[in-house]
Ligand binder design. Sequence first.
Ligand code: GTP
Ligand code: SPV
Ligand code: MN
Length: 596
Amino acid sequence: MTPTNNKFVLDWINEMAEMTQPDQIVWIDGSEEQAEALRAEACSTGEMIKLNQEKLPGCYLHRTAVNDVARVEGRTFICTSKKEDAGNINNWMDPAECKAKLTKLYTGSMKGRTMYVIPYSMSVVGSPFAKYGIELTDSIYVVLNMLIMTRVGNDVLDALGESADYIKGLHARADIDEENRYIVHFPEENTIWSVNSGYGGNVLLGKKCFALRIASFLGRKEGWMAEHMLILGVEYPDGETKYVCAAFPSACGKTNLAMLIPPEYYSKQGYKVWCVGDDIAWLRVGEDGRLWAVNPENGFFGVAPGTNLNSNPNALYTTMKDTIFTNVVHNTADNTVWWEGLDKNPPAEAIDWRGNPWDYRTYDKARKLETSGAHPNSRFTAKAINCPCISKEFSNPAGVPISAIVFGGRRAKTAPLVYQSTSWQNGAFVGSIMASETTAAAAGAVGVVRRDPMAMRPFVGYDMGDYWAHWLKMGTTIPHAPKIFHVNWFRTDAEGNFIWPGFGDNMRVLMWILARCEGKVDADITPIGYVPKAEDICIEGLEDVTLDTIKELLTVDKESWLEDVENIKAFYAQVGDRVPQTMYDELAALEARLKA
Ligand code: GTP
Ligand code: SPV
Ligand code: MN
């Protein structure tokens, strides 16, 4: 007995099972009993370690293979029938060629193993935003993560009914061979294939593969947007809540901003911040002419290092139960976990992310990757409902109305603390020229400035130029469009220290942003857009920040911006001939203003 009679689903599962040849097929029903049995099985094989259940109830530790610790952008492909539809920024393979190649890798890969069938929904089942998917996988770790990150169960199959409208995802661990690792998308066929990885964004197919790459493709076709954005609400003392979306590249502060705790100056007056989402937003124009957002996920797959009681207490509390930790330090004395930046007491008896005994005294900042106990991209998978600041609108199928969209990156120089674009069109341009220093969230060099438009460079499921055109077109369909801003928490001084305190204090910048949305505060116009008057960024209660610090953080250095303009020109050329003329016009206007 299968929990659905949907012919499209059953035929596809049969076909995939004929190729991968599992010993058995198990349908995941979302029940706690089944999840608990799978946890026990994973612990019996060493795939997971059950942690101290008194200190960390429901928590487990998993270590991935040493060669498999981050997304692999170089091995991620968009397989459209025409190469030009994937665009120059994406890797492309011919769909038939790709299937032939991967079929070889999948064939027999599940022999002796179980294929799990995970029916899941992105966003609340039945919501106008909701999209359904089925992931087939031979990894219990993937099943248990998907149970936290998405809405899993038979109600998804019921909602799907006899329809063929679902995203087909196939994942096989195979040999975790990095030379044969592929994360491929067939947007024209609503299909995702992933092989030879067991790490997060490569294998939790509801997340980056579906909710961004496939969804961005669908959004363009259907007139909505899938974005790499957090969603938060700022509640005012009078009880009204304003919502903000923010797009920062991977490991650049979305989870932290989404869960921020207001500085005392604000909390005393009754301000509160609520988290709706920390990574992905789906956006649609509402009947009232505003832009509405949902978080399609059901949990957080957050960066562990740096998370602590000062930086992000809400995230830390969220991870204290029902959490899967990946690639952090195992404190073997009391069977708990640790990571760099948690506290100043690294465990004396410990196993590092590689699975080797670890002596914290050997840590060397200059050789961080080789000597740290937790991998810099180690993660926690935690339930959204366990977050102390989760918004009461988190599961509202209608979503929340958005007042402001904020772009941001990691820039040691150039980008000021905050500026506002002059229109939706100019704001889309600001998104298109975003840049950031690379992080450990993806394999490759760390700390290199690269252009990362809308924080979506690795996640747009079609041509980047077409994606920008979609942004411009959306602007014409939103009568009450959000205002668009850009922030940078990461400017450094001559010694390389961050100038801005960041974290909870980012609220101070959010308050300026919201005041701008309501026309309640003035600004100075500069060649790049509106910049705050320094005295309008509240520094009450900040120890090391003076009005002069704010002035320094807000400077717009024309020379370095002109250098950036040259870099942007080269990037636009690389994106190719589908860059909208509007973006070139905006770029020319920016250059002219900088030279005036
Ligand atoms: P993904 O899950 O990869 O998409 O990352 P994310 O954008 O959610 O990033 P996250 O909030 O996990 O932050 C990543 C790193 O940036 C952590 O090490 C944080 O400590 C650091 N970080 C976040 N916010 C700030 C900030 O305001 N200032 C500074 N200096 N660092 C920050
Ligand atoms: C990111 O890299 O942006 C993440 C983590 O959120 S992953 O799920 O691996 O993509
Ligand atoms: Mn992310």
